[in-house]
Design a protein around this ligand. Structure first.
Ligand SMILES: Cc1cc2nc3c(=O)[nH]c(=O)nc-3n(C[C@H](O)[C@H](O)[C@H](O)COP(=O)(O)OP(=O)(O)OC[C@H]3O[C@@H](n4cnc5c(N)ncnc54)[C@H](O)[C@@H]3O)c2cc1C
Length: 464
């Protein structure tokens, strides 16, 4: 029998086409098996011709065993995890390809797990996810670099905060931090000015698009089926047979499909998707607060001036910024207490390009994520210069160019203590066969493989 995963190649076709083709294939298979109509034979996307084994076993068979909503890095990782576990998975994505929202609008940093409160999901899944991600990148050739990060105290007043961060990291199981004196930092990064620093050797960078492409490839290879241009617009999840209403983004046509289980990994839209699922107690849906973060990149040629005339100790030229200085590490200031980000840091891409950000700009309460304006204006650069020069005094005037922005899906608002990832399964919301993920901001890319494991565990927990 031909592999049903081939349907995922039908980019530009929505779920109605997909399901029709899937149903036809089921009928063909049934006819070939001598049973005129037996839609219970197969699940759409099942890697083999085994029956669906879902929570709907006693009732009518679903169209797919699991429907995963959202093909960002987290939805992809979950879909892959479930497909590799032998589940028949249909991945529903509103856009025309994977990873077009927050997963392609971030710093692409593999975080070490320094910042998050001990015992939080962010701490646990970042530390576990980091190790899994490095192993994944190595095994499957995903471009990445473990270049390390300097966490700098820019004034004597910040030294205590640096020590506190080292203690927090240790509590999270990050034991490889190295304290550095001012002169040791000068050896490593002559352009950086600080009082002292911590070196985090396990922080790195990753080509997130290649990573997502590899997750998707493995998902398909394991028999998963993808429907792009397929926006989930509602459903009913109370019973064992979940109903999911899907709108074809091209035709506007709506289709209803059934699934034994549903995972909502819709990122910025997870709350809206959840609110449209009949049978999910509305009180379990956390609030959504949107915090935009913008990046500026270092203009071409600026690296030649970054260290002024005293470029001694600077290394060979490289990167998109032109000749002269070359950064070897990511450089992070200490997070400002009470702000919602990690500070305007210096990140590098795999080609050596330098960018700074993200800042924190709270969007008005109630902003519909579908209306987000991701543009940024050159005038936003002014506060960046001040923030960056606290650790990089040689940053030349007029060297920053608008780059891109992303938006953090937060479950807490301005001035509140940082929120955690929220991964709700039956134990949390009372609906068997449903997992909702909310607030998957940073370090969601780093934690993606660990988040996938947790989501799969909660979805498949024996009592559901
Ligand atoms: C500024 C910024 C910097 C960051 N930096 C880092 C970093 O350096 N390291 C790190 O580890 N993490 C970082 N993160 C966090 C990381 O980017 C996110 O945690 C991660 O990308 C979230 O992935 P996701 O799959 O949950 O969401 P998304 O990537 O947003 O994917 C959700 C998908 O669901 C789809 N969708 C939405 N609604 C529907 C619907 N109704 N039907 C079907 N599909 C739907 C969307 O089209 C989208 O493709 C950063 C985030 C931001 C905003």
């Amino acid at each position: 029998m031909a592999h049903l995963a081939s349907y995922s190649l039908m980019r530009g076709q929505g779920v109605s086409t997909l399901m029709a083709a899937c149903a036809q294939r089921l009928l063909n298979a049934a006819a070939a098996a001598g049973a005129a109509s037996s839609p219970t034979l197969l699940c759409c996307g099942s890697p083999s011709s085994r029956p669906c084994s879902s929570s709907a076993a006693a009732g009518p068979e679903p169209d797919t065993e699991v429907a995963v909503i959202g093909a960002g890095v987290v939805g992809l990782a979950i879909a892959r995890q479930l497909a590799l576990a032998g589940r028949a998975v249909l991945l529903l994505e509103a856009a025309g390809t994977f990873g077009t929202e927050t997963s392609s609008r971030n710093s692409e940093v593999i975080h070490a797990g320094l910042y998050y409160p001990a015992g939080s999901l962010k701490a646990r899944l970042c530390v576990a996810g980091k190790q899994q991600l490095y192993a994944f990148c190595k095994q499957y050739g995903v471009p990445h670099r473990r270049l390390g990060k300097l966490l700098v105290a820019s004034s004597p007043a910040q030294l205590d905060a640096l020590s506190a961060l080292a203690a927090r990291a240790a509590a999270n199981g990050v034991s490889d931090l190295r304290p550095l004196s001012k002169s040791e930092v000068g050896q490593l990064e002559p352009a950086v000015r600080c009082e002292a620093a911590l070196l985090s050797p396990s922080t790195g960078i990753i080509d997130s698009h290649s990573y997502m492409a590899e997750l998707h490839r493995q998902f398909e290879e394991a028999g998963g089926t993808t429907a792009f241009y397929s926006r989930v617009v509602g459903g009913a999840v109370a019973g064992p047979l979940k109903r999911v209403r899907v709108q074809d983004a091209n035709s506007g046509e709506e289709t209803e499909l059934t699934a034994g289980m549903v995972v909502n990994a819709a990122g910025l839209h997870a709350q809206a998707v959840a609110a449209d699922l009949d049978g999910l107690p509305a009180g379990t849906i956390p609030p959504l607060h949107l915090a935009k973060g913008s990046y500026f990149s270092l203009a071409a040629g600026s690296l030649a001036h970054i260290h002024g005339s005293s470029a001694s100790g600077s290394s060979a030229s490289g990167g998109s910024g032109g000749g002269g200085y070359r950064f070897r590490h990511l450089v992070y200031p200490l997070p400002e207490p009470g702000t919602a980000g990690l500070g305007t840091h210096l990140t590098l891409d795999l080609a050596g390009g330098v960018r700074f950000g993200p800042d924190v700009e709270w969007l008005p309460p109630g902003t519909d994520p579908r209306t987000i304006d991701y543009s940024l204006s050159p005038t936003q650069a002014q506060p960046f210069y001040a923030a960056i020069r606290a650790y990089l005094p040689g940053l030349p005037d007029d060297s920053l160019e608008p780059s891109y922005s992303g938006v953090r899906p937060k479950v807490v608002g301005p001035g509140q203590p940082a929120g955690d990832f929220v991964v709700q399964g039956p134990a949390e919301h009372g609906v068997p066969g449903l997992v909702n993920l909310y607030g998957i901001e940073s370090p969601g890319l780093t934690a993606s493989l660990a988040l996938a494991q947790l989501a799969a565990e909660r979805l498949l927990a024996p009592d559901h």
